[in-house]
Design a protein around this ligand. Structure first.
Ligand code: FCB
Length: 428
């Protein structure tokens, strides 16, 4: 890869569709979507952007955009339809073709092994609450790396362990929709453990590859300078950020956070296996007061997710992570915004808010890099409008508009802005 990598990011369940094709098994997101009341308007990823069939056209569009890398995820239920055991050759063949076509287009494939679509068969055996799922993940990883490891230079194990654990198992708004804090803590631990074990498995099979994990991280500001608000902000930071960064980079959970992970001897050594890069997903900052309670500031710009637009939070976050944890390399693996995009009568999609969001956040990345943060790449979330989990298709994050009834792709104005930004050859 060149000095600085510009990319776009996606995830399997959000774009692929073809959920019943070529032997794919059921995932927890298929099941969750089929459960009344869980996903807006009863929508699902059954068709999504039909990327499974349209990927050649989408790669051509990426080439026009000029990105150097494409972040996508591999669907475990396509590879091992019941989670473990029998390998589905057709599933591996799909990613094999995708990787070859990306390389032929001079685009580095940047795969994530787990972006939330656990095989339902494993969920039925306890999902990530069960330690045995960590071993199943390693076995799955081995199968994938054996097949693609000769061509992949950057492997990512997990996407956003916090979201998997807490949104899926304490808040109940993501699959599998449970509501127990202890379950969430168990899940977070098993995900981290499976990451550490998978790092070893990947290195054994592909010793030259770079291996990392993607965390969602947020800068936390206290609502006021009071001691109580500052303590609340530190606690929020502990639960959202340090709970994952500390075990990965320091081999210990933060002692000030009163949660009890199911640690067994050797686990923390496994979790803190050295990694080559840290992936950072960031969309907003938190403002927190005593409680800790998240404060919704009035009179600030928000995206259609309700998230505050605050690029300086990304700058502060990156400088802090670089200083406190010294990762060898950082990739911004997701950053972007949903707005109420409409296609004009002239066919064009004008999205000045998104362009402004991307420009100011990329500038925040540049400033952090100037301060010495070892940032090697930036990926826009997302390449295409797609299935936004519990919000269904109501939130458009793409720099390419998708007209779902026809599957037509329409590059938005932000696509052309990003194209120019990449062509300018300036690093962030
Ligand atoms: C992140 C997810 C990604 C997408 C964006 C908006 O939490 O990793 O799949 O939904 O949020």
């Amino acid at each position: 890869m060149n000095d600085f990598t510009w990319g776009v990011a996606t995830a399997a369940y959000q774009i692929e569709g073809a959920v019943d094709e070529d032997g794919r098994g059921e995932s927890i997101w298929d099941r969750f979507c089929a459960t009344p009341g869980k996903v807006r308007a009863g929508e699902s990823g059954a068709v999504a952007c039909d990327f499974y069939h349209r990927y050649p056209e989408d790669i051509a569009l990426m080439r026009e955009l000029g990105v150097g890398a494409f972040r996508f995820s591999i669907a475990w239920p396509r590879i091992l339809p019941t989670g473990r055991g029998a390998v589905n050759a057709a599933g591996l063949d799909f990613y094999d073709r995708l990787v070859d076509d990306l390389l032929a287009a001079d685009i580095v494939p940047f795969p994530t092994l787990y972006h939330w679509d656990l095989p339902q068969a494993l969920e039925d055996e306890g999902g990530w609450r069960a330690r045995s799922t960590a071993q199943a993940f390693v076995d799955y990883t081995q199968v994938v790396v054996e097949r693609l490891g000769d061509r992949i230079t950057h492997w990512t194990t997990h996407n956003e362990p916090w979201v998997i654990a807490f949104l899926g198992h304490e808040w109940g708004i993501h699959a599998p929709g449970h509501t127990s804090e202890q379950e969430a803590v168990d899940v977070a631990h098993h995900i981290l453990l499976s990451h550490g074990w998978a790092v070893d498995a990947i290195r054994a099979e592909a010793p030259d590859a770079q291996v990392g994990i993607v965390l969602n991280l947020e800068h936390v500001d206290p609502a006021t300078d009071s001691e109580a608000d500052r303590a609340a902000a530190w606690e929020m930071d502990g639960r959202a950020n340090r709970w994952f960064l500390d075990p990965l980079f320091r081999g210990a959970y933060p002692e000030d956070i009163a949660l009890s992970p199911p640690v067994q001897p050797g686990d923390l050594e496994a979790i803190s296996a050295p990694i080559d890069f840290l992936g950072v997903n960031n969309y907003f900052r938190f403002v927190v007061s005593d409680g800790p309670t998240v404060v919704e500031l009035p009179n600030v710009q928000r995206t259609s997710m309700g998230w505050e637009v605050h690029p300086d939070g990304l700058y502060k976050l990156l400088v802090r992570v670089a200083r406190d944890y010294e990762p060898a390399s950082i990739f911004i693996t997701e950053n972007g915004a949903a707005f109420e995009d409409v296609r004009g009568h002239d066919g064009r999609v004008r999205d000045p808010e998104r362009t402004e969001y991307l420009a100011t956040h990329i500038d925040a990345v540049r400033r952090a890099k100037e301060e010495g943060a070892p940032i090697d790449g930036y990926f826009v979330w997302s390449f295409l409008d797609n299935f936004e989990w519990a919000m269904g298709y109501s939130k458009r994050f793409g720099i390419v508009y998708v007209d779902y009834p026809t599957q037509e792709r329409v590059p938005k104005d932000s696509f052309y802005w990003y194209q120019q930004r990449i062509r300018s050859l300036q690093p962030a």
